[in-house]
Design a protein around this ligand. Structure first.
Ligand code: SF4
Length: 68
């Protein structure tokens, strides 16, 4: 089975919710999409930049945010 595509920034974002389906796949859902239509429910992966990114507490990803 091929490896899943890289998710990118969402994996370190507190607005991500992982949604498994019955066939064993896991989808990356953006919780900001609720009430904020500029954020797609299932963003195209990998997400490399996002104005809505907020790090999961204690899991900041400085390399993905473009900081040294
Ligand atoms: S706000 Fe941006 S980085 Fe965070 S889960 Fe949604 S699309 Fe991904």
């Amino acid at each position: 089975m091929p490896a899943p595509p890289p998710v990118g920034l969402c994996d370190a974002c507190r607005h991500q919710r992982l949604v498994p389906n019955t066939r064993g796949s896991v989808f990356s859902l953006c919780e900001r999409s609720r009430g904020q239509p500029e954020f797609p429910r299932y963003p195209r992966l990998p997400v490399l930049r996002c104005p809505g990114f907020e790090p999961v507490e204690g899991r900041d990803e400085p390399a993905l945010r473009g900081r040294p």
